[in-house]
Design a protein around this ligand. Structure first.
Ligand code: SAH
Length: 346
């Protein structure tokens, strides 16, 4: 691997040895990359020039900021980044009282095909490298000059469809020596790739697993999410129970409310029945309208009633506060607009 920003400290050490350098140089380089967010070897002033020259064969992955939209309502920032091969991805910075949270993409595009999601419309372009996931956070922290304390892998892409890179990313993000974000401040969201959820559970990370459920039964789920044809809800919930047993971490379920599709009282009661006995929390999100799709978000009252009906059955729910509603709405829309624009300019 020549992508030095995706290497662990141990791997950078091995690289130093192979280049005939002292192993302690690895820690210096690692800190420049993952604590000072250096984008070139010239910045690494405590390295001898001869070493810096040798390292030129190991290019440093760095994303270029193409666009930033800042919400007037709440300060949320939406970033459009350009990858080295010209692909584009989006990330979002949300400012909360308890700290700064960054939502990152795990793939350029997505191949899961969820009907209400803008990220999947053009299909999957490619997986992101661990360094490209990290650099979304690094560039944002460097550009605002404030520490990022929470990371959610909930942008474009299905993280468990890019499994090996995701695992490496989590190690680099949370271990000492780098940006060192606590695993407890990390959330990874999946549409429910069941076999990968078992593997992830066995890693025993102390992070939160969010599972996009969006329906109370298989029939309705299949209408919204093609992945539901592959794994039944029963198989999915079994994997969730396993995840909790292995990690002790409560599962978060994501439930986007679509008017007339999954937001009735019967839906809430059926969902509560399915989730009974599972240590979990349900995040209720009125679906974000996507231009290319005809889904309509549930009315405020329907959302509130849904929550009340869940709670009557002993299932906790939170209505997610909307952030940045005045800047390019749903996930994947900024990227999509940019791609359409560049396409029409060709
Ligand atoms: N692939 C992962 C993570 C990315 S999507 C997953 O499916 O969980 C992050 C969350 O946003 C998911 O819960 C997804 O279903 C939801 N989402 C996508 N488009 C949306 C929209 N238009 N409105 C509301 N939620 C949406």
């Amino acid at each position: 691997m020549t992508d030095i920003k995706s290497m662990t400290l141990e791997e950078v050490k091995a690289l130093m040895v192979s280049l005939g350098e002292k192993p302690f140089r690895a820690k210096q380089i690692y800190e420049w990359l993952h604590q000072h967010f250096a984008v070139s070897y010239d910045e690494m002033t405590n390295l001898p020039k001869s070493l810096r020259e040798k390292l030129e064969g190991y290019p440093i992955t760095a994303l270029e900021i193409l666009d930033v939209q800042i919400s007037k309502a709440d300060g949320t920032r939406k970033y459009l980044f350009r990858l080295e091969d010209g692909n584009t991805i989006e990330s979002v910075l949300m400012k909360y009282r308890h700290g700064n949270s960054v939502c990152i993409s795990s793939q350029a595009g997505c191949r899961m095909g969820c009907r209400f999601c803008a990220s999947t419309i053009g299909g999957l372009a490619r997986n992101l490298l661990p360094s490209e996931m990290l650099d979304q956070i690094y560039r944002i922290q460097a550009s605002v000059g404030e520490r990022v304390s929470n990371v959610v892998v909930m942008g474009s892409g299905e993280p468990l469809d890019n499994y090996d890179n995701l695992i490496r990313f989590i190690h680099l993000l949370t271990e000492e020596g780098g940006i060192h974000i606590s695993q407890r401040n990390l959330t990874v969201s999946t549409c429910g790739l069941v076999p990968r959820m078992y593997e992830l559970a066995d890693e025993k990370f102390q992070m939160t697993l969010a599972v996009s459920l969006h329906a109370p039964n298989d029939e309705k789920r299949r209408e919204l999410m093609p992945v539901a044809n592959k794994y039944t809800m029963e198989e999915l919930l079994r994997a969730c129970r396993y995840y909790f047993e292995k990690t002790g971490r409560r599962i978060t379920f994501e439930y986007s409310l679509v008017a007339g599709v999954n937001d009735t009282r019967e839906d809430a009661l059926e969902l509560a029945g399915r989730l009974k006995g599972l240590n979990c929390h349900v995040n209720l999100i009125p679906v974000n309208p996507v231009r290319e799709r005809s889904f309509v978000r549930s009315a405020r009252e329907a959302v509130e009633n849904f929550k009340i009906n869940l709670e009557k059955c002993g299932i906790n729910g939170t209505i997610r506060r909307e952030m940045g509603s005045d800047i390019d709405g749903a996930c994947g829309q900024l990227r999509k607009r940019y791609m359409e624009k560049t396409e029409s300019e060709k």
